[in-house]
Design a protein around this ligand. Structure first.
Ligand code: PAF
Length: 285
């Protein structure tokens, strides 16, 4: 049975033992409700590192008022099985009291990169993510941490935080894992009704339209986002938050698609918020 540490002291003990045995340490931070996307991160960590820690913690500080903190799925037993099957060596599953024993007065804030895209619609979200990741990185003390490209802005923000604050770990970003119909894997997909689930792949179809337009030589970002919006309008129930083409590093909007760009969409279907993106490199033919 994979060991499960519920306290900071215990996970530090496990990692210290692994280090004493000369092992490299990989870390996959999650909020649980693990799916094939998380599985691919744990497997990548297990290929790269000798000892893999997965954290399962639904972090309250990254949820805004009225968001889904209470109803966020917590299928703990199933998550433990996924961790075991994918080659993890320990799980860190702290309570909210263990992680935040008092009202937090220290926050980690990454400026600029957290303002566009999801930052406009989820105020305070990235401050919660960067703060909890700093805490988790300090607790686990890994050599490498693994994040998914599905949360592209989160990955960019975390990379920048690690670089700016000289945190002694490497960040690896792994490709988005999709359902056969293109829908990006997400713990929130299980909120979708059967009808919404059948409509949700329209987001990926819009991203594909973007890829086709760029391949055909279109460089005008406004024309491309209009082409994507046309696809998204095929599902009138979809409430689009943004369709954006930004520089993949600075996340600043692009007028023309040149170099490395991130094409990102966020939309609501009923009460479920879905995000997806593709990275396009126009220098690669
Ligand atoms: O991507 C997530 O699941 C969360 O934002 C993370 C990185 C585990 C921090 O709570």
């Amino acid at each position: 049975m994979i060991p499960i540490a519920k306290t900071i002291a215990r996970i530090r003990e496990y990692v210290a033992q692994a280090r004493a045995a000369g092992k490299t340490v990989g870390f996959v931070p999650t909020m649980g409700a693990l799916h094939a996307g998380h599985a691919s991160l744990i497997e990548a960590a297990a290929r790269r590192c000798d000892y893999v820690v997965v954290s399962i913690f639904v972090n309250p500080t990254q949820f805004g008022p009225g968001e889904d903190l209470e109803k966020y799925p917590r299928p703990f037993e199933k998550d433990v099985q996924v961790c075991e099957r994918c080659g993890a060596h320990a799980i860190f599953a702290p309570s909210a009291e263990e992680m935040y024993p008092r009202k937090n007065s220290t926050w980690v804030t990454v400026e600029k990169l957290t303002e566009p895209l999801c930052g406009r619609f989820r105020p305070g979200h990235f401050r919660g993510v960067t703060t909890v990741c700093t805490k988790l990185f300090n607790i686990v003390g890994a050599d490498v941490a693994f994040f998914g490209q599905k949360d592209a802005q989160q990955a960019t923000v975390i990379r920048r935080m690690v670089a700016d604050l000289n945190m002694p770990l490497e960040i690896v970003v792994c490709p988005t894992v999709r359902e056969p119909d293109g829908l990006a894997m997400s713990s929130r997909n299980q909120y979708l009704s059967p009808q919404e689930r059948s409509q949700a792949p329209v987001i990926y179809r819009a991203l594909q339209r973007c890829g086709e337009m760029i391949k055909a030589g279109e460089q005008n970002a406004a024309k491309i986002t209009e082409g994507m919006s046309e696809v998204l309008r095929q599902v009138p129930a979809l409430q689009v938050e943004y369709v954006s083409i930004v520089d993949a590093e600075s996340l600043e909007p692009c007028d023309r698609v040149r170099g490395q760009v991130l094409v990102a969409v966020a939309a609501r279907l009923g009460s479920t918020r879905l995000i997806d993106n593709i990275r396009v490199d126009t220098t690669v033919k």
